[in-house]
Design a protein around this ligand. Structure first.
Ligand code: DAH
Length: 355
């Protein structure tokens, strides 16, 4: 048998024993490497006469091609197997039953919106909604905030067009306008929803949640406003008594306007609402300005009422002891698992809001 034939036989018997990619790489360099058997044979050719050399070279090339082919084929095989193994591990079996140990949780903001809706529905408010993308008219002008009014700058508005005619609503107050234009008085609504301002730090997010309230009827007074807010705050914080004070303020859409503070104290590092001598601002409110009623075709000589607006995220933080607003929007499952609520525990006034 010639040397090339020996090489092929040697290769085949070793090749049949190959178990993995490393073995294969070793075999490859043993036969095809710079100092491998094939190269060695090529080097020997110099001692042959031209006729013999031709036959020898062609035979050697044939063997080299065969070995190369077998090795490459096997290598591909190993690589495919590797990929298939990996895919097997990573496969998601969508027919698997759900994990009962990891139920989803209700986000504290959703929980607080449910609680608020339940509290206000007990005294006859219904829930209204409006779009996040709002007209400049509903967000400002109709709310008695003309173009040159400084309140517009204070809102850090995200405008959506060059002409500043469309925007992301900066508050839930435009839903007052939509509701009144859409129906006839009386109106008694709350509006929970997303609002947007170009602002972001530890206590401000560019998207946040507000709750608007509006009650328009005959003979509604500031006394009704006080009673309503007093009831709400007691129910929301689940306390029997609260301290509340009204401070004069200014909003273009109310006259008179007030900001409301509630009394609190810190006990063992925790906030206690309703006692103590510290004050916390929680909402803005007032009697709806006659211009707002005129803009919505409600006769201010017959009807009047109050409105209020507050930050839902802040209420949630206060009630549930969460101190970084940004965590609300980070979708971290561990955070949600800790601060979230059982989906089946729907808050109601009579069964308890936040058990
Ligand atoms: N829209 C006001 C804001 O975002 C909050 C507000 C204050 C709403 C007084 C009202 C109100 O309805 O009467 O700052």
């Amino acid at each position: 048998m010639s040397d090339p034939d020996n090489i092929l036989n040697g290769f085949e018997s070793k090749f049949s024993l190959i178990k993995n990619k490393d073995d294969l790489q070793n075999l490859k360099s043993e036969f095809l490497g710079k100092n491998g058997s094939i190269s060695f044979q090529f080097k020997k050719m110099g001692s042959l006469n031209p006729e013999e050399r031709k036959i020898f070279a062609s035979k050697l090339n044939e063997i080299k091609n065969k070995i190369t082919f077998e090795i490459e084929k096997k290598l591909k095989n190993f690589e495919n197997n590797e990929i298939n193994e990996k895919l097997k591990d990573e496969k998601v079996d969508i027919t698997l039953p759900i994990r009962t140990t990891k139920n989803g949780k209700i986000h504290p903001v959703s929980q607080v919106i449910d609680e608020i809706s339940s509290i206000f529905s007990e005294i006859g408010f219904s829930v209204a909604e409006g779009p996040d993308v709002e007209s400049e008219y509903n967000n400002f002008t109709a709310l008695n905030t003309p173009e040159d009014h400084p309140a517009r700058d204070m809102h850090d508005t995200f405008y959506l067009d060059k002409d500043k005619k469309t925007l992301l609503r900066t508050h839930t107050s435009p839903v007052q306008i939509r509701t009144m234009l859409d129906g006839k008085p009386p109106f008694k609504i709350i509006v929970p929803g997303r609002t947007y301002r170009c602002d972001s730090d530890q206590t401000h997010a560019p998207m946040f949640h507000q709750l608007e309230g509006l009650h328009i009827d005959k003979d509604i007074t500031m006394g009704h406003l006080k009673g309503c807010l007093n009831y709400f705050i007691k129910e929301f914080f689940e306390v029997k008594k609260i301290k509340m004070r009204f401070r004069p303020s200014h909003f273009p859409f109310t006259e008179p306007s007030a900001e409301v503070d509630i009394g609190y104290k810190i006990e063992n590092g925790k906030i206690v609402i309703g006692e103590g001598d510290k004050w916390l601002e929680i909402l803005g409110c007032g009697m709806v300005h006659p211009n707002v009623l005129k803009n919505t075709k409600v006769d201010p000589n017959k009807f009047q009422g109050f409105a209020f607006g507050m930050g839902i995220d802040r209420l949630a933080m206060l009630k549930y002891g969460i101190n970084d607003l940004r965590a609300f929007f980070e979708t971290d499952y561990r955070w949600l698992n800790h601060f979230g609520f059982d989906p089946l525990d729907v808050p109601t006034n009579y069964r308890g809001l936040s058990r």
